[in-house]
Design a protein. Sequence first.
Lengths: 119, 220
Amino acid sequence: MKVVIADDDKVVIRLLSAGLRRSGFEVIPAYDAMQAIMATMRHLPDVVLLDINMPGGTGIEVIRRIRASSKTTLTPILAMTATATAVERDMALELGAMDCLEKPLDIEELVLRLNAIAA
Amino acid sequence: VDLEATELETLRQVFLDDADRCLTVLDESLVALERHPTDSEMLGTVSVSIELPASSRACGVAPPRSLERPEASTEQKGIQVLIAEDKIAISRVAALPDPSPALDEEALSRAVRGDVELVGDLLALFRPEAAAALDRIEQALSDGDPSGVAAAAHAIKGTLASLHARAAAGTAGELEEMGTVSDLDRWVALLARLRVQMRQVQGELEALIDRMESRTEGPT
């Protein structure tokens, strides 16, 4: 199962990548909005794990772009943020994210969640 | 002493400001002490900071037992956090036990599953991110740019939360939510607290790596 992890925070990407790779996932890291869009278009992942609070609010723009492409319009997106305000959560869900998860993410719960999406 | 609520709040704020100023001086002194361990002036500054718990009792805002067992009640939380941090900072010189670890080591260990190389990578990534975040916050404060402070604080809050450094993430969250720069002293105090906490996070990550490595190597 392929997962794009998009976050400008290298610590988060390193931690989540290690946890997911241990559980057998293929991980494609993306460190900014442009990389996230490119990685999603190129690799057509099973899930995109996306920080919606990247600088400039670009996580929301990433969701829009992914949804706008016919190749990725159905790609499941899990949003994540250090603090999910009601506005951010609503915006992410409105644009098509499956959920908005609050950091720190529990790896075991995340693995269960991703496996459920893949099933 | 019977005090009106407003007087108590003023007194509490005075203590908080004093404590933050003291911690800033203490933090700088510790760096200097590490370089010049016999500097009597620096030792004098550290000893002033050791008086903090006594000054809190004089203010009547933190009962003595709270020094040993900080509780998370809302009205005393800020004071207790400061006192705990003061003890943490002092412990680096006086070898007192740390009253409150900066990392939830159990949660972090669960996340890394004993992978010492991964913790090493996290530390290597955290160091420059922490320094850059502090610089960005400081610069934004100097520029009177609250949105710049909020953005930098938010970014490092995510990093700290992911490392399970809850207290430091909380301080970053307070900085993020300050909103305006009208209370500059409070901003500066929070930044000073965050600096101390991030240094402790770094120290505990280093210690965790040492322990993991020694467990891997086993008895010699």
